[in-house]
Design a protein. Sequence first.
Length: 277
Amino acid sequence: MGSHCPDCVKAAKPDARTRARFWSARQPVLITMSLIAINVAIFVYVLIVTREPAALSGGVTDVHLQFGLSKDVLVQPIAWQSDDGGIYITEPDGWYRLITSGFLHFGIFHIAFNMYFLYVLGPMLEPGLGRINYLLLYMASLLGGSLGVIVVDSGGITAGASGAVFGLLAAASVGLWRRGVNPFTTGIGTTLLLNLFITFAIPGISIGGHIGGAVAGAICGAVMLAPSYRRGPAWAVWATPVAVGIASVGAVVARVNAAGCYATDTSRGSGPRRSTP
C-alpha cells in the first residue's frame, strides 16, 4: 500500500475560499437571468399601468393589492386603501398570490436589492444544480416565504422576491457547510446573518417571508447541495424541493382554513410589508 506525506495531501486540497469560489464553474445562467428579466418586466409593467408615483417610490398600488399576499385576504373580504386614495376590495380567494407576490416589488430600491442578490447567487448555484433543479429550489424557497407570511406576519400586503433570495442564501450556506467549507469564511454566511439582523431591526420588513424562505432553502440545500456520497438517491435532488413546496402550500391551506373559522367581519388592511434583503 502507498502512503502520502501530510504536506502533499494539504497542498492537493484547496483552501476554503478556493473551494467556494470554484464550487461551480462559470456557465451561462439562463434561469437566473430569466427570473431577473421577469421581475424587472413586471416592475416596469406596474409603473406603466398604474402611472402612480407610489409604484416607483415604494408605495402600494392597486396591482399590489390585487396580487400581493396577506393572510387576511385568503380568509375574508377586506377593504384596502392604496396610496392614491383608491379603495380596493379583496375577496377571500386568490391562492395565486402565494406565487405572484414573489414577483412584485415596492419601489426601485426594493427590486434593485433583490435582483442584485439574485444576480450574485445565481452563478454560484445554477450551474452545479442544473436549470430545472435550481428553478425548483427557487420556487420552493418562494413558497416557503409565502408560508412564513401567512404564519408570522399580521396585516399589510407583502410582496418581494427575497423570500426566494433568502432561500438561495440559506441553501448556499448549508451547501458549503455540507461540503466541508465554513460559510463564514466565504461571506455567504455573514451575508445571511446580516440580512436576518436587518429583517428584525427595521420595521415594515416581512419577518415571516424572510424566515420562511430561509428555512425552506436550508432544508433543500442540505440535500441538493450535499456531496454526492452524502446526498442519497439521485431523485432526492429534485424530490426535496418539490416536497418542500407541496408541504408549504399544504400548511398554508391548513392555516387559512383554521383562521377562516374565526373570521366574522370585514376589516381594513394596513400598509405594505417589504420582503427585502
